[in-house]
Design a protein around this ligand. Structure first.
Ligand code: FAD
Length: 413
């Protein structure tokens, strides 16, 4: 039986980055993935801010395109913020994971594609993991000192039995990859466009991202649950994608290259199981995805990076368990993730269309840097700052009107 220091199940961004980092530190790692190719589950839109590339040393070869403008469009309001320099990238999700896996082998680790995790059992600090190679009858046994659940929303190791799972907040996302004419592409190039409100995507949001020259990612995500106002006859997610193509892009002549999608399963209040003995979970398996915006790549990689340090300490007997890891992640994420969770519930499941329009009109009063801070860095205090600015503007107008009525100069001293 083959023996490893660490076996990581799931070659998503979190698993790939964790394996890459550990292999780079000389640890004997096996990265396991159920799919035979990275193109097979190419489900993510993979938009990310610029810092992801630098922080995780990702090469430009995995970038589909860069973005420098941000647009948010609701039923009756459109807001757009522009920058003269790139603010982020739309990654090629398959290439990202392929790159990370390539780094694992380059650093001396092993990557087994087409192997599905079945079960594991532990005895005296050694864990035997059963993997099922695709197309073979017999399962393979491998041994490890630490086992990592990086299976994303599936949480296949932490919750092997479906009936034991808590009631997650669930979002379902579908995306089309379409080729379009040059003019249409140029109208979307360098921009992340999000669509909210009941006209575009009731109970969720939709988007258009530039992927590569003449290729767009057009998708929509719906959050499950009973809306306060809407009845449950929401259009199918694909209908909302086609609405964007027909009514926003206004094209008939496009070619659909691919349709992909997946589920987000978020554990309310970050109550996931982070570790059990020598088993530790990272990425979406511990709800690293931000439930408000659905961004999870960067955050999953961050949990992987943090877990990597704890795993090294554990292997070197500097730590007896991973309790501190859970504490570390809560310190890092919990406050902003709790606010994001509450905001997501309000925006996607409570608000009327008018409230969403009003919220966007208000957002439009913020500067680009403030919107980026809010959307990508969860600095919710920007909202109160903006509210103060609006109040001040209203007060100023009110004051000027009074002075005019009294026949005084309109200049405020
Ligand atoms: C439609 C959609 C659009 C998105 N857009 C963005 C975006 O624009 N930007 C962003 O940052 N995030 C986005 N996200 C979220 C982001 O993709 C995820 O948060 C991220 O991929 C999570 O990474 P992960 O490594 O934790 O899990 P995953 O990427 O889900 O990887 C888990 C891996 O484990 C494998 N696996 C599962 N079970 C087993 C098993 N039993 N045996 C072996 N392997 C197994 C799976 O095949 C998978 O490859 C989007 C998500 C969706 C659904």
């Amino acid at each position: 039986m083959k023996n490893f220091d660490v076996i990581i199940v799931g070659a998503g961004p979190a698993g790939g980055h964790c394996a890459r980092q550990l292999a780079g530190s000389g640890i004997h790692v096996l990265l396991v993935e159920q799919h035979e190719t990275f193109a097979a589950n190419n489900f993510s839109s993979a938009a990310t801010p610029m810092e992801t590339l630098a922080k995780y040393e990702l090469p430009e070869s995995i970038v589909g395109s860069f973005w420098q403008n941000l647009a948010i469009i609701s039923t009756h309001v459109q807001k757009r913020w522009e920058s003269s320099t790139p603010l982020g990238a739309v990654l090629n999700f398959a290439k990202l994971r392929e790159f990370l896996a390539g780094e694992v082998t380059r650093n001396g680790g092993e990557v087994w594609l087409g192997h599905r995790y079945l079960t594991h059992s532990s005895q005296k600090g050694e864990t035997v993991v059963m993997l099922k190679p695709k197309g073979k009858e017999e399962a393979v046994a491998v041994q490890t000192r630490v086992l990592v659940d990086a299976t994303g929303a599936a949480r296949s190791l932490m919750y092997p039995h479906r009936q034991n799972r808590p009631a997650f907040f669930t979002g379902i996302g579908i995306e089309y990859l379409i080729t379009v004419d040059e003019l249409t592409y140029q109208s979307c190039a360098e921009s992340l466009m999000f669509f909210i409100g009941h006209r575009w995507m009731p109970q969720g949001y939709s988007w258009i991202f530039p992927m590569e020259p003449n290729i767009l990612k057009v998708g929509a995500a719906r959050y499950q649950g009973q809306h306060q106002i809407l009845d449950d006859r929401c259009p199918a997610i694909k209908q909302s994608i086609e609405l964007l193509i027909k009514e926003y892009l206004q094209i008939d002549d496009y070619h659909r290259l691919e349709t992909h999608g997946s589920n987000l399963q978020y554990n309310r209040g970050l109550q996931d199981i982070y570790y059990r003995d020598n088993l530790i979970a990272i990425g979406d398996a511990v709800s690293a995805v931000n439930y408000l915006g659905g961004e999870g790549i960067r955050h999953g990689m961050e949990t992987a990076q943090i877990a990597g340090d704890y795993i090294q300490d554990y292997l070197a007997d500097r730590r007896g368990d991973f309790a501190e890891y859970q504490h570390h992640l809560h310190q890092q994420f919990k406050r902003s993730w709790d606010i994001s969770e509450r905001s997501a519930k309000k925006v996607y499941l409570d608000y009327s269309d008018r409230m969403i329009d009003k919220g966007l009109a208000y957002l439009g009063t913020l500067e680009l840097s403030e919107v980026i801070d809010l959307v990508f860095y969860y600095r919710f205090e920007k909202i109160t700052k903006g509210v103060r600015r609006i109040l001040l503007r209203k007060l100023t107008g009110f004051w000027q009107e009074i002075r005019q009525r009294l026949g005084l100069s309109s200049r405020i001293s």
